[in-house]
Design a protein around this ligand. Structure first.
Ligand code: FES
Ligand SMILES: [Fe+2]
Length: 392
């Protein structure tokens, strides 16, 4: 391990023992060092549950999409039995990817190389002209599966076959989300782009409202001013950080692109109706909710300085069809906001190798970032955190 990686781990280990309000930004090398990135891949991304899409985007049997996480190409399919599976997108014959497009609907998958045919449950259905092969046995040629769970309508996968189940880890988040109907929402706007920056820059940006007053001055600040943001106490599990931002008193959220719609019975608390609620679900997820919608993003690393960002805006079923103009206006706004965040990520990444780049103090509205750094400290450098072993 390089000296820089060693130093970064030592620094990360100091965060869990530091009060949120005393935390500084991560050192610049934390976003550029290939050694730390390798540790993140092994310790976080090969072990944690990763958000890759929405169940409502593949509603019918045979609906599928592809996704690659690290070096693992996946074919995510809703089977004839209604279950969603994440299967290896590699033919059991001679490795050809089975689905070659991004998404579609299929009764069967036919490999483009030699025509082997798989069912939507991954079983090999047919293999042409294989008579005479002594090694061939149809049953043994099903596509291997990855762990998959659907939580609040979001599809998660895990590269670790032995990972503990996801849902029990998120019961505190479930309680916070009880009134929001994430599971029933449908996609109003989809997002899938590459941001030229480290996944942690994108992730921490997605969990604080303070940057509305700068980066989103022309888009979000009027409706959700940064000064109206505050951080909620960290949950005991340490699985996420959460924050609220009050809508502006001028009520621009009542009309136009930020208009809110109370669906069905009004079960919402005053706080839920008058503020946006954001959860940064560790390691790499941002959920920003209002009573009628959720703007979600998942930051999937492609390397130390590149991130695939997938996400979207989910809404009440039927809402967009009933409000086409509002939906179009909102989609444009969301696209613009994501572009602002993408550009910030890229600008930060470009300067992080400077010898003069140094950590700065966090605003109290960025306590979510402090809690994210603590998660990184516990996860990546737990053996160096004083007292952590004893406490567990
Ligand atoms: S590689 Fe798929 S059929 Fe040969
Ligand atoms: Fe932003």
């Amino acid at each position: 391990m390089s000296d820089i990686t060693e130093q970064l781990l030592d620094t990360l280990a100091t965060y869990p023992g530091t009060p949120d309000a005393a935390c500084m930004t991560l050192p610049p090398q934390a976003y550029t060092d290939p050694g730390l990135y390798e540790i993140e891949v092994e310790t976080i991304f090969k072990r944690e549950w990763l958000l890759i899409g929405r169940a409502n985007d593949i509603p019918d049997p045979g609906d599928w999409f592809t996704m690659t996480i690290l070096d693992e190409p996946m074919l995510i399919v809703r089977g004839a039995d209604g279950a969603i599976r994440a299967m290896s997108n590699i033919c059991r014959h001679r490795y050809m990817p089975i689905a070659l497009e991004d998404r579609g609907n299929a009764k069967r998958f036919v490999c483009a190389y030699h025509g082997w045919v798989y069912g939507t449950d991954g079983r090999l259905v047919a293999a042409p002209l294989m008579e005479g092969s002594l090694a061939f046995e149809k049953k043994g040629c099903a596509l291997p599966e990855y762990r998959l769970e659907v939580w609040q309508g979001f599809i998660f996968v895990n590269l670790d076959d032995d990972a503990p189940a996801l849902a029990p880890q998120l019961h505190e988040a479930d309680a916070m989300l009880a009134h929001y109907s994430n599971a029933d929402h449908v996609t109003g706007f989809s997002y899938d782009k590459i941001w030229e920056g480290n996944w942690k820059l994108a992730t921490e940006n997605g969990m604080e409202f303070y940057h509305h007053m700068g980066l989103h001055a022309a888009t979000l600040e009027e409706a959700m001013p940064a000064k109206g943001a505050w951080v909620e106490p960290a949950p005991e599990s340490g699985r996420f950080a959460h924050t609220h931002c009050s809508y502006s008193a001028h009520g621009s959220y009542k009309e136009g692109a930020m208009a809110r719609f109370i669906p069905g019975e009004d079960v919402f608390t005053e706080l839920e109706k008058t503020s946006s609620y954001a959860i940064g679900l560790f390691p790499n997820i941002s959920l920003a909710m209002s009573v009628d919608s959720n703007n979600w993003l998942s930051f999937i690393p492609l390397g130390p300085d590149r991130t695939r960002v997938i996400g979207g805006y989910i809404v009440q079923p039927g809402y967009d069809a009933a409000h086409p103009e509002g939906a179009a206006q909102r989609n444009q706004l969301l696209y613009d906001v994501n572009e602002e965040d993408a550009q910030a990520t890229w600008r930060l990444q470009k300067v992080l190798r400077s010898t003069k780049a140094a950590p700065g103090p966090l605003n109290v509205r960025e306590g979510t970032c402090a809690q994210f750094y603590k998660y990184l400290g516990r996860t990546l450098a737990g053996d160096r955190v004083p007292g952590l072993q004893a406490a567990e």
